[in-house]
Design a protein around this ligand. Structure first.
Ligand code: ADP
Ligand code: MG
Length: 451
């Protein structure tokens, strides 16, 4: 009897002695890795299964194995990669023939390493700035591939995009664990794609993505300028879309503002539902703080929450950082969080948040937004690629810092002040009837304000 036959027969016995729910939960994707010196090593998909098999089901397994091979002494489990286990389990008929179990009966085990159980709809606080995006994500999670496809969520850093995208994944894991989900970032997607070409495994890569029921790609703005990856992504998109598979995307800006992205891909992104997440209002920030504090087992009084939420306004990641700092401060000194301790703990953080913005920072933001070098913006170069961003940078410096025209000219490589005036006026006039420019400037301003 080889390992495969041995395990198949053993599973047949075990199946009779424990409940079906438990059997599928704990024995799915397991197989015998080795059987030597009276010791059987079982491959399992995760740490939970290892713990359960080694402790709770140890005696069942040994008994079943001994019925087949008398001299077996002991078993142990090792966690192995998903794919290997799947290949094996397909041969265990009794397992693959069963459909998924009702979710509530299944102990939660995480089979999908790309979905973080920390991010759920339950712990996502709804406010005016995110309710549309949240509703769209929730609707998608209730009906994959049919309501909004693709769903495109955009907004600034730390405003909850990843949280929402991951919540969809968690919701599906809960309601329909058989569904295949991939969550990845566009950067990871790109590097996987490149690596798979180099390793001669492009077909494996393609197959893996084409099998999914739900594909979530976070931060698609980083596909900008990566032509080959975009090409591959376009085909993948079409295949999934045609098969009514759900696609969810996020970005720090709307599709039409993603520079150097192929037109056909842009129009695909725009073909479904687009929703943005904005900066949360004070009430939402307070509610989020309250939730996060409770999650950590802390109860913090309203005035303290109010103080933190009023002073940390840019994004939720920063808000969480402030809360962590406050908690650490209080734990370290063994004191209760009150207004005084909050002020002491956060003074530095709040002060640094209020540092004045510089010319340099604005140029850097503009450069980052248009994907060009800040030095080229300041330089004398006249390429059209840099002329527009340069004018926008001058405009923003004037608007945001109220800088004088001569100082702007001076900063941009010693140009005359009339150049700065011209740039400012030009952008200002164009803004009146150029919506895409308006959007660009709004986005960059948001970035600047987040400083
Ligand atoms: P983004 O992907 O937009 O940069 P994230 O989703 O990573 O932002 O959010 C940053 C942090 O803020 C995460 O820890 C997330 O859980 C938290 N967060 C964001 N929005 C909310 C919300 N509405 N309710 C609760 N937590 C939130
Ligand atoms: Mg994110």
């Amino acid at each position: 009897m080889n390992n495969e036959e041995l395990w198949k027969s053993a599973l047949g016995e075990i199946e009779l002695s424990i409940s079906k729910a438990n059997f599928i939960t704990w024995f799915k994707n397991t197989y015998i890795i080795s059987n030597s010196q009276r010791k059987v090593v079982i491959g399992v998909p995760n740490g939970f299964a290892k713990e359960w098999l080694e402790n709770k089901y140890n005696s069942y397994i040994i008994k079943a194995l001994r019925n087949l091979q008398e001299d077996i002494l002991e078993i142990s489990c090792v966690i192995t990669s998903d794919t290997e286990a799947k290949r094996q389990v397909d041969s265990v008929v009794s397992l693959s023939a069963d459909g998924p179990l009702p979710a509530q009966k299944m102990p939660q085990i995480r089979q999908n390493p790309t979905i973080n159980p920390r991010y759920t709809f339950e712990n996502f606080v709804i406010g005016g700035s995110n309710e549309l995006a949240r509703a769209a994500c929730y609707a998608v999670s209730q009906s994959l591939g049919t309501v909004y496809n693709p769903l495109f969520i955009y907004g600034g850093v730390g405003l909850g995009k990843t949280h929402l995208l991951q919540s969809i994944g968690n919701e599906i894991i809960k309601s329909d664990p058989a569904k295949k989900i991939i969550y990845t970032t566009s950067e990871k997607f790109t590097s996987e794609f490149v690596n798979s070409i180099e390793a001669g495994r492009i077909n494996e890569f393609k197959d893996r993505y084409r099998q999914v029921d739900l594909m979530i790609i976070d931060d698609v703005q980083f596909l900008s300028g990566k032509e080959k990856t975009q090409e591959e992504f376009f085909h993948l998109f079409n295949t999934l879309y045609q098969n009514n598979k759900q696609i969810v995307l996020s970005s720090d800006r709307p599709p039409r503002s993603i520079a150097t992205i192929e037109e056909r891909l842009r129009s695909r992104f725009e073909g479904g539902m687009i929703a943005d997440v904005g900066r949360p209002e004070l009430e939402t920030r307070i509610a989020i703080l309250k939730n996060k504090a409770e999650e950590k087992g802390f109860s913090i009084e309203e005035p303290v929450l109010n103080y933190v939420a009023s002073n940390v306004t840019h994004n939720i990641r920063e808000l969480e950082g402030a809360l962590n700092k406050l908690i650490a401060h209080c734990q370290l000194q063994d004191i209760e969080p009150n207004l005084e301790t909050a002020e002491a703990a956060l003074s530095e953080l709040i002060l640094s948040a209020k540092k004045p913005i510089t010319h340099k920072q604005i140029v850097e933001f503009v450069g980052e937004y248009f994907n060009i070098n800040p030095e080229d913006i300041i330089s004398q170069g006249r390429k059209s690629k840099v002329v527009k961003p340069r004018q926008i940078a001058m405009y923003l410096i004037r608007e945001e810092l109220s800088a004088s025209y001569p100082s702007i000219g001076e900063y941009f490589g010693g140009r005359d002040h009339t150049t700065a005036i011209h740039a400012y006026e030009k952008v200002k006039t164009e803004l009146k009837n150029n919506n895409s420019l308006l959007e660009d400037i709004k986005r960059i301003k948001t970035q600047i304000e987040q400083l």
